[in-house]
Design a protein around this ligand. Structure first.
Ligand code: HMG
Ligand code: MG
Length: 311
């Protein structure tokens, strides 16, 4: 299989941690519920391709996201490999944390909103109320020795409220990190952001005292900006990037969101820049082609389509 010609560029990290969200962000959005054995197989293929961090599922309300109602069963099926620190799960509230603890997970992610409307639509809460919901979750998770990530969604634009000011994102991010989270992921939920905005938000976060090694970026590719925004982030010193195998994804509570930055497209760029990821691109492409067959439609990743077509 073809691989990119390697030519490093100045001012970039030597290694990037890819935080794979295809199994969670991808499959939460499928119209038909993906069978449990396919989800488990997907995780195992990703592991075999060298993907280090895999967000496996969500302990959210099964009424809100029926696609991931089998969270506990999936973790039981994965056994020990699903319970390690590098297999986080989404948890919104104490009930979700109870379920996650019972399933034996050792890392979780809470997910906040930079806007009032998305807090209502995604969490049935208010912007201020979300901190009251997450506070006890983070506190107890840390007391249990868990690693905790927090997301902020709608950082670069909101389908209902329009523009989102970087100051608003920074304020929500700071409040979430003050709850005791270990890592922050900045989400372009509907994929509208451009590199200047990314720089402004990252400058704001650094100015608010959040260290670069704790910041991840999470770009959906709705407007085709995800890779440019990632490069802008890397140039700022970010080295944790969220992406989804085959470009799966979206958010059921933001209809204008399409898939995440495809992991294969990201890996092609990173390997071309001589940046280590630990991922075997050929195996990853095979995984996404296998998954595309299960889902009955071609992958949206340009790299999967290009390499898949070459055979
Ligand atoms: P609510 O309906 O207000 O919850 O939902 P409630 O506390 O009023 O409880 C109502 C019922 O749900 C009760 O059951 C609870 O026990 C049950 P009943 O008494 O009626 O039988 N319940 C639960 N059951 C299982 N697990 C739970 C749970 N919680 C309550 N955890 C809630 C509030 C936050 C739960 C709901 O709004 C929810 O689950 N939201 C999650 C939506 C979601 O998963 N969205 C997608 C993930 S976010 C995303 O994709 C963005 C991201 O990728 C970053 C980016 O792109 O920007 C992360
Ligand atoms: Mg997302």
């Amino acid at each position: 299989m073809r691989s990119p010609q390697v030519r490093p560029a100045e001012g970039l990290p030597s290694r990037v941690t890819i935080y794979e969200v295809g199994v969670r962000d991808g499959l939460q959005n499928e119209k038909t519920i993906v069978p449990l054995d396919v989800k488990a197989e997907f995780v195992r293929h990703l592991e075999d391709a060298g993907v280090g961090v895999i967000e496996t599922t969500s302990f959210v309300s099964p009424k809100w996201v029926p696609q991931l109602a089998d969270a506990a069963d999936l973790l039981a099926e994965l056994g020990e490999s699903g319970r390690v620190r590098t297999r986080p799960v989404l948890v919104p509230n104490p009930k979700g944390l109870d379920r996650a603890i019972e399933a034996g997970v050792s890392s979780i992610a809470v997910f906040g909103s930079a806007t009032e409307t998305f807090a209502a639509r995604n969490l049935n809460n208010t912007l201020d109320g979300q901190f009251d919901m997450f506070g006890p979750v983070v506190e107890r998770a840390k007391a249990e020795g868990m690693w905790v990530r927090c997301y902020v969604s709608m950082c670069f634009g909101d389908p209902w409220e329009g523009d989102v000011a970087p100051e608003q994102v920074v304020s929500v991010a700071r409040r979430l990190m003050d709850l005791g989270c270990d890592e922050l992921s900045i989400g372009d939920t509907i994929g509208v952001g451009t590199p200047g905005q990314v720089e402004a938000v990252l400058d704001g976060l650094l100015g608010a005292g959040i260290d670069l090694d704790r910041i991840a970026v999470h770009f959906h590719d709705t407007y085709g900006q995800a890779l440019s925004n990632t490069l802008a982030s890397l140039r700022k010193g970010v080295s944790i990037v969220d992406s989804s195998a085959g470009g799966l994804g979206g958010c059921p509570y933001a209809k204008s969101a399409t898939g995440n930055l495809a992991t294969e497209d990201l890996v092609w760029m990173l390997h071309g820049l001589g940046i280590e990821t630990g991922i075997d691109l050929e195996k990853l492409v095979e995984t996404s082609m296998w998954m595309a067959e299960r889902l009955g439609r071609p992958s949206s990743s340009a790299v999967v389509r290009a390499l898949g077509a070459r055979g």
